[in-house]
Design a binder for this molecule. Structure first.
Ligand code: NAP
Length: 309
């Protein structure tokens, strides 16, 4: 008979790895399906200045590598594949990765969120040819060049700040005249000599055939169209939860976030959620890690009650 895992954790960002560390220390012997892009969104960021314990800040990828090593110290097992489908209506629960069919008594879903795109056909056809959603991954290609960043939140300003260290000029394009980003980031970015803002504007079209040459922008107040020359476009307009593989399996809200009660419990008993996949509000590494910890404790309690029943 196939082995039945006590606990499978899907996802290896701060939520999944913290759940794994606590579950391993609580003798739940967790198996983490880490995904092909292990480590989550922090692997695509640079300076993390607000994660407690690192007084001079830490790089996102380094923080994730440390969490992973910490989990490995407690013998957490990892599979470097994506989950393709799950069946949460059967017992044991079934989790299908690209090559394996796993069975588990409990599950923590910590699959996080991914970047949202503008949805333009010109954006789609120029992805990888000047259009990107990750400055850490692709910024290097724009060394000494001009780039634009779309968005007015924390992600957009972090992208702009990172790119300003590599590029000649960075233009932030925002659809309103007021930023959503935290005050400290606004101050930092506004002080940079090579970052400028275009307010009240949206991207109508990305221009170029085999590489980005510019943008067609529309003023949201006057409808006036203008063109901006640029070598690259970084889209930073928010995120959507990675829950496509869960449709029809458990309750999701209208934006696709997992619906939870008491922070971690989904509507399916034995199935828990943690991190950005169920949090549209805070979306911080520290809050994801905190809920990952709670999920591990809640699984422990669930399995104990299951044994008693
Ligand atoms: P966000 O806060 O939702 O901001 C998205 C931005 O994109 C907003 O300024 C929004 O404009 C704009 N936008 C949305 N759809 C658009 C469209 N179709 N066209 C043009 N502009 C569009 O997303 P985020 O910046 O990714 O941040 C998400 C969460 O992660 C936040 O809670 C943030 O604090 C957190 N975060 C934290 C850090 C950190 O350093 N601690 C870093 C990254 C993210 P409006 O303002 O007009 O709505």
């Amino acid at each position: 008979m196939d082995k039945i895992e006590k606990l499978v954790i899907i996802g290896s960002g701060p939520a999944g790895l913290t759940a794994a560390i606590y579950a391993a220390r609580g003798s739940l012997d967790p198996l983490v399906v880490a995904g092909r892009e292990a480590g989550g969104q922090l692997t695509k960021t640079t300076d993390v200045d607000d994660y407690p314990g690192f007084e001079t800040g830490i790089q996102g990828p380094e923080l994730m590598a440390k969490m992973r090593k910490q989990a490995e110290r407690f013998n957490v097992r990892f599979i470097s594949e994506d989950v393709v489908s799950v069946d949460l209506k059967v017992r044991p629960l079934e989790i299908n990765t690209e090559s394996q069919n796993l069975k588990a008594s409990s599950l923590i879903i910590a699959t996080g969120a991914s970047a949202i795109w503008l949805g333009l056909s010109s954006e789609e056809s120029l992805k990888g040819k000047g259009v990107s959603a990750c400055s850490v991954c692709d910024g290097f290609f724009f060394k000494g060049k001009t780039v634009a960043v779309v968005g007015g939140g924390d992600t957009a300003l972090r992208e702009a700040n990172y790119l300003s260290k590599l590029c000649k000029q960075v233009t932030v394009i925002h659809r309103r005249d007021e930023l959503r980003a935290q005050a400290a980031l606004q101050e930092l970015v506004k002080a940079k000599q090579n970052i400028n803002f275009i307010w009240n504007s949206v991207v109508e079209e990305v221009l170029g055939s085999d590489k980005v040459t510019g943008l067609k922008l529309k003023n949201t107040q006057t409808d006036k169209i203008r063109q901006l020359k640029t070598d690259g476009l970084f889209v930073a307009i928010g995120h959507k939860p990675n829950t496509d593989f869960l449709k029809g399996q458990l309750d999701l809200d209208k934006k696709g976030y997992i619906v939870v009660k008491d922070e971690t419990r989904t509507n399916i008993s034995g199935v828990f959620a943690a991190g950005d996949v169920s949090d549209y509000k805070y979306r911080q590494a520290i809050t994801a890690a905190g809920v990952g910890c709670r999920a591990a404790f809640d699984v422990g309690e669930y399995l104990e009650n299951l044994q008693k029943a």
